[in-house]
Design a binder for this molecule. Structure first.
Ligand code: SAM
Length: 224
């Protein structure tokens, strides 16, 4: 898989992707992640990428020219172009799973008031939001989406079972509470069933506690 991030802040996008599991996935050749500065495609002598809003209004908007040039250079017939925007469909684990099957993603990040709408109409396949709040730019959102996708690539976690019980996986509940050693920490004990070695009882306990935790923290998931 290849992921190209188009942003005015390549360092912000790449910083969280340069360590741990996502670093190892790149080193193992599971994914190639590149971040490009949209400014490099500006033909303006001051390398400008933004201009004032037509019809008035506060702030600046990213101009179509540099973005069109960048995407036209990077895209192939296999590319999916995704715009990071608070106006997009909210990014969920199911979307991460779908996108992990793609060969090439171009993640376009806005800044200022966002991007000229002609970019969306002509170039963008999917608009994605990472939640109902507004960030200063899309680089952090692109890093979030990239992390969630890359860790799903076969081999990225080393142990495929790590995906099976985790939150939002089948059957769409939150994960059950988890414990490690010591068994007794300051008088707080690991539940007896988890050290019983009885696999069926442990599985039943996990299902019950996953339901309980989902009811407490995310009852909306049970409605779905
Ligand atoms: C200040 S925001 C622009 C918000 C835009 N004026 C609006 O009201 O919809 C600048 C950029 O940050 C990114 N961004 C902000 N919030 C985001 C979110 N929740 N999810 C994804 N990207 C976001 C987008 O790339 C956006 O173009």
């Amino acid at each position: 898989m290849r992921i190209d991030i188009l942003t005015l802040f390549p360092e912000i996008a790449l910083a969280p992707l340069g360590e741990s599991i996502i670093r190892r996935a790149q080193d193992a050749g599971l994914v190639e992640i590149r971040a490009h500065n949209i400014r490099d495609w500006s033909t303006d002598k001051h390398k400008r990428t933004d201009d004032t809003l037509c019809g008035g209004g506060q702030g600046m908007l990213m101009m179509p020219g540099p973005i069109f040039a960048a995407i036209e250079e990077l895209r192939t017939p296999e590319s999916k172009v995704i715009l990071m925007t608070p106006q997009g469909k909210v990014f969920k684990q199911a979307i991460a799973r779908e996108l992990s099957e793609e060969k090439h993603l171009i993640l376009l990040c806005g800044h200022y008031e966002g991007v000229d709408h002609r970019v969306i109409e002509a170039l963008v396949d999917v608009e994605l939001s990472i939640g109902d709040y507004v960030l200063t730019n899309g680089a952090i959102a692109a890093a979030v989406v990239t992390d969630a996708i890359v860790r799903l690539l076969p081999g990225a976690l080393g142990d495929e079972r790590s995906h099976q019980d985790e939150s939002f996986s089948d059957p769409g509940l939150l994960e059950a509470p988890a414990y490690t050693r010591p068994i007794d920490f300051r008088g707080m004990k690991v539940p007896d069933v988890l050290i019983s070695g009885h696999h069926a009882k442990i599985a039943a306990w996990k299902t019950e506690r996953a339901l309980e935790r989902t009811r407490e923290n995310r009852p909306d998931l049970l409605d779905q």
